[in-house]
Write a protein that binds this ligand. Structure first.
Ligand SMILES: Cc1cc2nc3c(=O)[nH]c(=O)nc-3n(C[C@H](O)[C@H](O)[C@H](O)COP(=O)(O)OP(=O)(O)OC[C@H]3O[C@@H](n4cnc5c(N)ncnc54)[C@H](O)[C@@H]3O)c2cc1C
Length: 308
């Protein structure tokens, strides 16, 4: 399908950030296409938490409601698919999808998020529990695991700081570094004082039944019983490389550079949500999508006013 009319905006990615932006564009009658592969990183979870009025809803249900509500705004077209190329041609962007669709737009908002590659974390058995009883974020799932015997898995020095945070949710925390010596003597003393147990032995596997973590088996045979846990790293990386291909710079942590209004250094390209913030959460991503869309609409309207 070749969509020859020139759209104001193409939104790439339809998670909380992209769908929220599309809704605001639709309500301002701004011609918009939103293209979404529907492979958000949080689909592995059993419920999303901390988003007011939708606490505990599954991400797929949030997406379904958002799609149903977008339908009434005729200036917005929702397309399921993956954008595999965006080309800048003078003041326009030409957007191609893996389904053979082509769109032309004056502005492109990347709300493409991050992807996790859990096979990178070197913990046999993690796929069975990830998103069910072992998670990346205590604000998302800590309440469900409060006061339980928890594990924290982390092989980098930042594990000490993360352990401080996780210890707020439980007084029974074991930190596993999986054979890595990343905790200093001073930090070990702090752990002892706070009754946080540090295990530096290598992990054989995580033992679980139906997604419920039962224990952590070490290579020397001992199994430490745990009911849930958190991960410092999830093998995370940008879900979409196209902004980088278009010249958008990355920060040291891999997030795309854009200002507080989502504007990148490349004229017409905006970055919002996790692609900009790393791990922003649903409420913050929704808020950013709405805020950035409103600012863009102001600019579009004012430019039209100046020309007419
Ligand atoms: C396991 C887990 C549990 C979480 N639980 C919570 C929670 O309980 N509460 C909370 O607030 N936050 C939670 N989060 C964080 C939350 O999921 C993210 O912060 C939030 O979804 C970011 O929104 P986003 O719109 O930026 O990106 P995403 O939600 O990741 O959406 C990006 C979308 O863009 C699509 N996409 C990517 N590239 C392309 C492309 N080239 N073409 C078309 N589409 C593309 C993806 O398929 C995806 O649908 C959790 C995260 C994880 C990993």
């Amino acid at each position: 399908m070749d969509h020859t009319s020139i759209l104001e905006v193409a939104v790439v990615g339809g998670g909380p950030a992209g769908m929220s932006a599309a809704l605001v564009f639709g309500r301002a009658m701004i011609s918009t296409v939103i293209i979404n592969e529907e492979q958000a990183r949080n689909m592995v979870t059993q419920g999303s938490h901390g988003f007011l009025t939708r606490d505990g809803a599954h991400p797929a249900d949030l997406l379904q409601i958002a799609k149903e509500q977008l339908v009434q705004y005729e200036q917005v077209t929702y397309v399921k698919g993956r954008v595999n190329q965006v080309e800048k041609q003078d003041a326009l962007f030409v957007i191609n999808t893996n389904k053979g669709d082509t769109f032309k737009a004056k502005h492109v908002v990347f709300a493409t998020g991050y992807q996790d590659d859990i096979s990178q974390v070197n913990l046999p058995g993690i796929d069975a529990v990830y998103g069910k009883t072992v998670y990346p974020c205590p604000f998302c799932d800590g309440w469900e695991r409060r006061n339980q015997p928890l594990a924290l898995f982390g092989e980098e020095a930042f594990v000490f700081e993360f352990a401080k945070t996780i210890s707020h949710w439980t007084h029974d925390l074991v930190v596993f570094t999986n054979g890595k010596k990343v905790v200093s003597e001073e930090q070990k003393q702090a752990f002892e004082q706070k009754k946080v147990v540090l295990v530096e032995d290598k992990i054989e596997k995580l033992i679980s039944i139906n997604g419920q973590l039962q224990g952590v088996q070490l290579t020397h045979g001992q199994t430490i019983s745990r009911q849930g846990g958190f991960l410092l790293s999830t093998g995370e990386k940008q879900a979409c490389e196209i902004p980088a291909q278009l010249g958008v710079e990355t920060n040291d942590d891999g997030t795309y550079k854009s200002n507080e209004w989502g504007k990148s250094e490349i004229e017409g390209i905006y970055i919002i949500g996790d692609a900009k913030n790393g791990f922003g959460g649903i409420a913050a991503s929704v808020a950013e999508g709405a805020r950035v869309a409103a600012m863009m609409i102001h600019e579009i309207i004012h430019q039209k006013w100046a020309i007419a």
